[in-house]
Write a protein that binds this ligand. Structure first.
Ligand code: ADP
Length: 168
């Protein structure tokens, strides 16, 4: 077998490998939930090899949506964006893995679905920028902030036995 724990030191080394990896915040927006894309989206992140560390379905309040998108408060589309995010339940998730922030953005595709490549989530499932199905943190720093905002209870810290089959 490629992988089993024999010594405490080895186990700690494995634990460190897991904990050193990045986390990102991913949200399936209300249109993604309404359109039944939740399973498909989770599946893409799972099949890539990322680990699901937190997940909940929630209705967010206006003030919370405004906080999440605070950096965009001066934009002309801000009010419409907030209305969109509070229009139905969203799926909030934490995903973990090597380079998950940037790779997650690639899996999601460009902000405007008209420009997102086929094979990306927005490229495959969206048409309009204001109905682009999914959010993903754009940097390690914003991921940290967003995870703290959305998961004050802290993401789960389970570890996958698939690790040695995904990482060399
Ligand atoms: P991203 O979600 O790709 O990180 P931004 O942070 O720039 O993109 O914008 C946040 C969200 O605001 C976008 O995902 C999109 O839903 C919405 N948005 C961005 N630009 C526009 C726009 N010009 N018109 C309407 N909605 C927009």
């Amino acid at each position: 077998p490629l992988f089993f724990f024999s010594h405490k030191a080895e186990r700690e080394q494995e634990d460190n490998k897991h904990s050193e990896m990045e986390q990102t915040f991913i949200m399936i927006k209300p249109d993604g939930v309404q359109r039944g894309l939740v399973g498909e989206i989770i599946s893409r992140f799972e099949k890539k090899g990322f680990y699901l560390k937190g997940l909940k379905l929630i209705n967010v309040e206006r003030s919370f949506a405004e906080k999440h998108y605070a950096d965009l408060s001066a934009k002309p589309f801000f009010n419409g964006l907030v209305e969109y995010i509070i229009s139905g339940p969203v799926i909030a998730m934490v995903w973990q893995g090597k380079n998950v922030v940037i790779t997650g953005r690639k899996i999601i595709g460009a902000t405007n679905p008209a420009e997102s490549a086929p094979g990306t989530i927005r490229g495959d499932f969206a048409i309009d920028i204001g109905r682009n199905v999914i959010h993903g943190s754009d940097s390690v720093e914003s991921a940290r902030k967003e995870i703290a905002l959305w998961f004050p209870e802290c993401p789960f810290n389970w570890q996958s036995c698939l690790h040695p089959w995904i990482y060399e």
